[in-house]
Design a protein around this ligand. Structure first.
Ligand SMILES: Cc1cc2nc3c(=O)[nH]c(=O)nc-3n(C[C@H](O)[C@H](O)[C@H](O)COP(=O)(O)O)c2cc1C
Length: 359
């Protein structure tokens, strides 16, 4: 079944690439909503199962935030073979995001640049959709953003934690998108400590202390060594449950060849793989392997997922590879990852976590 999903997207690609990328994304979401991208369920390979935060992930390959911003198609994406889906970033109030065009394909580089700027329908719309979900059908995380004009950023994350505490399997504080002015400054130690404290309290509040979902922080790849050491220290001290490493980069590697390489925004996909995997390994070492990490940035095959796991990721995510390979990429990555794990003698994903990081 994997090959038919994959092949049908390959057949459609010449048409897809003629469309402006945001139009193509909108059509894909509509097609998924209408059930036009069916995919038969595949067998779960036991080697891929991950048990983390009291949750059973059928496989470690998740859909990263940004594709399903308003929680419209998480069920369909789970059915495409993703082990979990992260919806968002969701802002408290609806907001349009930046002016279009704001999404660019760098096809020759296997990359994407976006400056979406948190286009979001707001909390209420996503809450309504998540209220009707069958939790037994798959794991859904909620990624929280802030409205552009909110001055007390922590207040927006507090509202998000309260609103989604009983609806999400895990909650993410996203302070790493490059397209909202001032957002990444929230990664500084004092402001971060206070932000985490307030969000944790709101999360407990939102579920009356019962079954509080894990709280994760998503970080940027463009951090100094001092920033990374501070974040590791604050994350451990605050007892959050994990880090997502990393968001898109504002760097532009000299290797880029595509016409859109100079566009403002965050770069993702293949050129992000090496830098984000480096930061992942650094965060694994800095946290002594004590904090679960989700590795994201440039994964496009099973080998890429495996390298993230060796660098310290308990779970991985991808987005940009789906732009070029279609949703069948989830099954491809999983199939290849299972083969590599077995060939290297690992009985399960967790046995391989961090095995490539020198102490
Ligand atoms: C079009 C687009 C929109 C994104 N929107 C968000 C977002 O709203 N929140 C977020 O935390 N990350 C967002 N991301 C970042 C991804 O979740 C991911 O961290 C990044 O793209 C690196 O993974 P990739 O190389 O597999 O795409 C977005 C990425 C893209 C390409």
């Amino acid at each position: 079944m994997f090959s038919s999903c994959f092949d049908s997207y390959r057949l459609m690609w010449p048409l897809v690439r003629l469309l402006d990328p945001e139009t193509a994304h909108g059509l894909a979401v509509r097609a998924l909503e209408m059930g036009l991208m069916p995919c038969a369920a595949s067998q779960v390979d036991p080697v891929l199962r991950v048990h983390l935060w009291g949750l059973d992930f059928p496989n470690p390959v998740g859909l990263a935030a940004g594709f399903d911003k308003d929680a419209r198609v998480y069920a369909q994406m789970l059915a495409q073979g993703f082990g979990f889906v992260e919806v968002g970033s969701i802002t408290p109030q609806s907001q349009p995001g930046n002016d279009k065009p704001r999404l660019f394909r760098l096809e020759a580089d296997g990359a994407v640049i976006n400056r979406m700027g948190f286009n979001s329908e707001g909390h209420k719309a996503s809450m309504m959709r998540l209220q009707s979900r069958h939790r037994s059908r798959g794991i859904v995380g909620v990624n929280l953003g802030k409205n552009k004009l909110t001055e007390d950023a922590a207040a927006d994350y507090e509202i998000g934690a309260r609103n989604f505490a009983a609806l999400a399997d895990y909650v993410v504080i996203n302070v790493s998108s490059p397209n909202t002015p001032g957002l990444r400054a929230l990664q500084g130690p004092e402001v971060l400590r206070e932000l985490l404290r307030r969000t944790q309290a709101a999360l407990s509040d939102g579920c009356s202390g019962k079954n509080r979902p894990p709280l994760l922080l998503k970080i940027a790849p463009d951090l100094t060594d001092a920033d990374k050491a501070d974040i590791a220290h604050v994350a451990l001290e605050s007892k959050i449950d994990g880090l997502i490493v990393t968001n898109t980069t504002i760097e532009r590697p000299a290797s880029l060849t595509s016409a859109h390489k100079g566009e403002t925004g965050g770069l993702s996909g293949r050129p992000l793989f090496a830098p984000s995997t480096r930061v992942l390994g650094e965060m694994y070492r800095a946290t002594g392997g004590k904090l679960p990490l989700i590795g994201v940035g440039g994964i496009e095959d099973g080998r890429g997922a495996y390298e993230k796991i060796l660098a310290g990721a308990s779970l991985v995510q991808l987005y940009s590879a789906m732009v070029y390979q279609g949703p069948g990429v989830a099954r491809r990555v999983n199939r290849e990852l299972a083969e590599i794990l077995k060939a290297d003698g690992f009985a399960c994903v967790s046995d391989a976590v961090g095995k490539g990081v020198k102490a």
